[in-house]
Ligand binder design. Structure first.
Ligand code: SF4
Length: 415
């Protein structure tokens, strides 16, 4: 039985402006239906596709395949005019389901599935186009025809080894959302409040607590978080060198998903990326050459405060945090095995990473809304990107979160 599809109260907007960003550098996993449909389209008989692989192995996909890329990282079906060959020749419905629906995403819970727009599309990140409510009938059709699923899912663990009912998890996620969307505080404070909330949940001896006790605890922790966060803003203690090095490593993994970083899929590129990661880990001297979006700068410059910028520059980033927390997307999608508290830390990290990328990208000019939109594309892509959703990332975040370094990184890179 499929869940009813709902949308958020806050308006999300999108329409395709054919920029082609989603066809370059994105991994498109294929369902079994998608793979069968592509095989039945006999692309090997089309001129130019005789010896071209259109699908390649991919572990996370239902069919164990994803769409192949060209050496420059673009989709194998992307034409020179920026349009999709499958769409032009056979129509929208002939495309893989993700290509047909992107950037729309269903986030199923226990009693409803929330339809949202992924901000990995610059038009969605800018809220440009048609309200998401108007897309519901089309998505319902796709669910009816089994191209999309809207089945209930099990809730994530609250913290390591602690299973809770959906009702309790929902209450905890709502509490985090209320902290992240509390307009009495600037965005940087809200992020630190959410981190304090996660830390307190982890520290609570909650195994023997009833479900209603957890709900009460979450409510009390929402009140406590702003008070507990104050010392981080009063002291503004600099994070340790090793924490900054780990942070830069995580940030550069995210920066490689920037739409202007069109990495080719070959060994030379992998070697380059390994060298870039090492340079960022060291964090000394000049920043490495890194795609068209990041000019040459110095690591010292990236440590300087960014200063006060017009609020519209930050809006795409704060909107992303708002919508991903309201839909629970950050805790439910693509984070296999992560607990709720891990996911809060993962979401919180996006904010300083975004600001670090903005310092680098805008090191030769004043930051613009356009800069931030491209950064939001990279941040949203990182939410489904294996190296940033895996066990190692989870461990790094726990280490940083345990001794307050994550909070210090947020305070230091966001100012
Ligand atoms: S990224 Fe968005 S606007 Fe650009 S082509 Fe894809 S769906 Fe259209």
């Amino acid at each position: 039985m499929s869940l009813p599809i709902v949308t958020l109260n806050t308006e999300e907007k999108w329409d395709c402006h054919q920029c082609g960003v989603c066809c370059r550098g994105s991994l498109v996993p294929l369902s079994k239906q998608d793979a069968d449909r592509l095989r039945s389209q006999s692309w090997e008989k089309q001129p130019g596709y005789e010896n071209i692989q259109i699908m390649v192995p991919h572990r996370g996909a239902e069919s164990k395949h994803r769409l192949a890329h060209r050496p420059d990282g673009s989709c194998v079906f992307l034409k020179d005019d920026g349009l999709c060959l499958i769409h032009s020749k056979l129509g929208l419905e002939a495309k893989p389901t993700i290509c047909q629906t992107f950037p729309m995403q269903l986030v199923p819970q226990d009693k409803q599935a929330v339809l949202t727009y992924r901000r990995a599309c610059p038009s969605a990140a800018a809220d440009k186009g048609i309200g998401v409510k108007e897309r519901v009938p089309g998505i319902e059709q796709l669910v009816k025809s089994d191209r999309l699923t809207a089945e209930p899912i099990v809730p994530p663990l609250l913290k390591t080894g602690e299973k809770r009912k959906w009702k309790t998890i929902r209450c905890v996620l709502e509490s985090v959302g209320s902290l992240l969307r509390d307009e009495r505080f600037p965005p940087v404070r809200r992020i630190v409040h959410a981190l304090q909330f996660a830390k307190n949940i982890d520290a609570a001896k909650s195994r023997r607590m009833s479900e209603s006790d957890i709900v009460e605890l979450a409510t009390a922790l929402v009140e406590l978080a702003p008070h507990q966060s104050k010392p981080f803003f009063d002291d503004r203690k600099t994070p340790k060198g090793i924490s900054k090095a780990m942070f830069r490593l995580m940030a550069v993994s995210c920066a490689r998903l920037h739409p202007y970083c069109r990495h080719q899929s070959n060994w030379a590129t992998r070697m380059d990326l390994a060298k870039t990661s090492w340079k960022c880990f060291r964090g000394k001297g000049q920043t490495p050459a890194f795609g068209d979006g990041f000019p040459t700068s110095t690591f010292e410059t990236l440590e300087q405060p960014i200063g006060i910028k017009p609020p519209e520059v930050y809006l795409p980033l704060t909107r992303m945090i708002e919508t991903t927390s309201a839909t629970y997307l950050y805790a439910l999608a693509d984070r296999n095995g992560w607990t709720v508290t891990d996911s809060i830390r993962g979401l919180a990290l996006l904010f300083p990473v975004g600001m670090w990328m903005l310092r680098w990208q805008a090191s030769s000019h004043e930051p613009t809304v356009e800069d931030m939109l491209n950064i939001v594309v990279a941040l949203d892509r990182s939410q489904g990107y294996k190296p940033l959703c895996g066990r190692q990332q989870r461990l790094k975040l726990s280490m940083l979160g345990f001794n307050g370094e994550l909070e210090r990184l947020v305070v230091s890179y966001v100012s």
